[in-house]
Design a protein. Structure first.
Length: 309
């Protein structure tokens, strides 16, 4: 039986270089699997929209595909928006079927890349303090979903284990505390003299740039602390291998989604009203070819995501 096609679902960014990095990564995947149709699209902000990517697969004769969300954590986009977009495409293309994979991290392959990015940042300075004298500040995107923020903390702890860093702390660039400045201040108060700010992002973009800018601002005000900013994960070989692994899981039906701390299934303190809430994915104009970007005044409200499990 012919294997399903591979659809890569990205978030999108207003940063042209970041959007092109995603598209280039999709091309790398396609080149690595010449017998497998591969396409990629965004749910907002960048072309091509996800609907256009699906239409392209359909034009190539594809009737089955596996969608892999190219996202590090299971926040609202992966839990609600992408499944809703895929459901719309199934309605637009009768006879089309798909399997939905799980987000990428935290995974040992990505943790290896993150550790490498720290080492590269340490090697790039005038002196190399080494891991034992270096504290890492892992900076995630940030979410209103506590489960997603907890996944960043899990990645930080796993990065710390067995790699010889002085410590690994966590911060967020939006929507969650602590922010970059507060995270760096915590490192300083814990005695850190050398800190590598490590963006927990796949590709360049507006938010990784903001992380670097905020790190520079804090460092300028605290010259006694050696602050360096690492590069994003990028199109590393490990990322290619991990996407292939997530594809194989989706095709086999081995998804192993984590529902133990999901606000839509478990009454977490402060989020009790979300349990069993109906699905309300927010509007993404780019999905239907009408444009790209958020509708003014939209809010993120994501309900029961059983269809994503």
């Amino acid at each position: 039986m012919t294997k399903p096609a591979l659809l890569i679902a990205g978030h999108g960014t207003r940063d042209a270089a970041g959007a092109e990095a995603f598209r280039a990564f999709v091309r790398v995947l396609a080149a690595r699997t010449p017998g497998l149709p591969v396409a990629g699209g965004f749910i907002e902000l960048s072309p091509p929209p996800l609907g256009e990517a699906v239409a392209g697969l359909v034009d190539r004769g594809v009737r089955r595909f596996a969608a892999v969300p190219l996202m590090l954590v299971s926040a609202g986009h992966a839990k609600g928006d992408i499944p809703a977009a895929l459901a719309r495409e199934k309605e637009r293309h009768p006879g089309l079927s798909y399997a939905y994979g799980r987000p990428l991290g935290p995974h040992p392959k990505l943790l290896s890349v993150l550790a490498r990015r720290v080492d590269e940042a340490l090697a790039g300075g005038s002196s190399a303090p080494g891991r034992s004298r270096t504290t890492v500040l892992l900076v995630g995107r940030g979410s209103t979903d506590p489960d997603a923020n907890a996944e960043v903390h899990k990645a930080a702890r796993l990065l710390w284990e067995g790699r010889g860093f002085a410590g690994v702390e966590t911060a967020f660039v939006s929507l969650a505390a602590p922010d970059v400045a507060a995270g760096l201040e915590r490192c300083r108060r814990l005695g850190a003299e050398h800190v590598v700010v490590l963006p927990y992002f796949l590709f360049p973009g507006v938010l990784p740039d903001r992380v670097a800018r905020q790190a520079r601002q804090w460092a300028a005000a605290h010259p006694a602390v050696d602050v360096r900013t690492a590069a994003v994960i990028g199109a590393a070989e490990e990322l290619v291998e991990l996407v292939a692994e997530r594809y194989d899981e989706a095709v086999a039906g081995d998804l192993r989604m984590n529902c133990d701390s999901c606000v839509y299934r478990v009454a977490l303190p402060g989020f009790e009203d979300k349990v069993g809430a109906p699905q309300r994915p927010h509007f993404h104009p780019g999905e239907d070819g009408t444009g790209h970007g958020h509708r003014p005044g939209h809010h993120h409200s994501h309900g029961d995501h059983a269809h994503a499990h």
